[in-house]
Design a protein around this ligand. Structure first.
Ligand code: ACO
Length: 365
């Protein structure tokens, strides 16, 4: 039997996370998401890698090598897509073993993303501060000023929430690469490529654009109906596994509410909540055969916008958090040690040269 998209196929066991799409439950490293989302990103890394059977040193933000800076400067000169720039800069990293690679990757991705944000904005990158955690350092390297504890807490919640999520496309990509006995830098480079796609990590920018284009609650219904009538998908809704509301949307909605409360952006949060309700009603009407609910991307967009992160950097910021899980899976896959190699069914023709004259295409193709 062929399962297109490997839907329903169980390919491995993991101790890192459990996704229950029917009940809307997510467990990471043994903890329910609402508890896990209270940890700092350092604790998240520590607990996920521990669950994978390894103990790392304290992870801190790493300054960039000259090679990585040169690559980012060149990418900025071409105004390369931030995920392409991240892929290129991650590819410059080298390490002697898996643990060194894991610590280097987890500490370098925030610095790379912050440096590219500044270069693209025409300012010089800022080195990480010595006494700041990863989330605080990321915000510091973006703006040059120490962030408030509320903003650090919001970003830590975000990183914890997106840190791991079963065998999603980018995690599977990383595991496939490690299964060939390749190295962790190659695995994370490949995972960044998989995360870039709009069906995986590339949706939050368009989800926020949609809220801005709608502008006020009274226009939501006609705007969204128009999209659905044209056969378009509503970004930030639907998921391959969840048939109920994505539990990550719940946690991020609460984190966004805390962040926006009393800020001048509070009306934007109210608008987003109203757009979400209208979208859910319409999706129920247009796609009654499929339970399409809010996914993680919708409130990711809102939260990251509230933190002052530009929408083209939403997916690279997602990557900073997901590195924790990618690397946990790399360690698990390394221990499993089995090459991932599914099969395909050939549906092309069976030809023979005996009866047919060779065409020029056959000769040179
Ligand atoms: N808006 C409108 N219709 C949708 C949406 C949506 N967001 N999502 C699914 N549908 C519809 C499809 O059109 C299809 O309808 P049909 O049966 O009438 O043709 C039906 O639901 C099933 O669609 P599939 O593509 O088979 O569902 P799948 O499980 O593969 O979809 C996916 C998952 C790709 C995420 C989809 O919901 C989507 O495109 N969402 C919008 C993009 C998005 O938000 N991506 C982020 C996902 S979260 C993450 O990866 C971190």
């Amino acid at each position: 039997m062929i399962s297109n998209g490997l839907e329903g196929v169980v390919a491995t066991q993991t101790r890192l996370s459990h996704v229950d799409g029917e009940r809307g439950e997510l467990i990471i490293a043994g903890y329910r998401l609402d508890e896990f989302a209270q940890l700092s990103f350092e604790e998240v890394l520590h607990r996920i890698w521990n669950a994978a059977g390894v103990t790392g040193q304290a992870i801190c933000a790493r300054p960039l090598s000259r090679c990585a800076i040169a690559v980012l400067q060149d990418a900025a000169g071409q105004r390369a897509d931030p995920m392409d720039a991240l892929r290129m800069a991650v590819g410059t990293l080298t390490a002697r073993d898996d643990m060194e690679a894991a610590e280097l990757l987890a500490g370098s991705v925030p610095t790379i993303v912050a440096a590219y944000t500044r270069l693209l904005g025409g300012t010089d990158p800022i080195d990480p501060g010595d006494d700041l955690g990863l989330a605080a350092n990321y915000l510091y390297m973006l703006s040059g000023t120490a962030p408030t504890p509320e903003r650090v807490q919001a970003l830590n919640s975000y990183f914890a929430t997106v840190s791991d999520h079963g065998l999603n496309a980018s995690t599977f990509t990383a595991r496939v690469i490690v299964s060939t006995e390749s190295d962790f830098v190659s695995a994370i480079t490949g995972a960044v490529g998989a995360l870039k796609g709009p069906l995986h990590g590339g949706a939050p920018g368009p989800a926020l654009d949609m809220v801005f284009e709608i502008g006020e609650s009274s226009k939501a219904e006609s705007y969204l109906r128009n999209k659905l009538d044209n056969g378009e998908r509503l970004m930030g809704f639907g998921h391959r596994v969840y048939r109920v509301r994505d539990p990550r949307a719940e946690v991020l909605s609460a984190a966004a509410e805390r962040l926006f409360l009393d800020s001048q952006d509070a009306p934007l949060y109210e608008l987003a909540k109203s757009v979400e309700q209208t979208a859910l009603t319409l999706l129920g009407e247009y796609k009654p055969h499929r339970s399409i609910q809010t996914n993680v991307e919708f409130f990711t967009a809102l939260l990251l916008h509230g933190l002052g992160i530009d929408s083209e950097f939403f997916t690279p910021t997602f990557a900073i958090g997901r590195v924790a899980g990618w690397l946990g899976h790399c360690f698990e896959q390394r221990a499993e040690g089995r090459l991932i190699r599914p099969q395909s069914v050939y549906i092309g023709p069976r030809r023979t040269f005996r009866h047919l004259p060779m065409s020029s295409g056959d000769r040179y193709g």
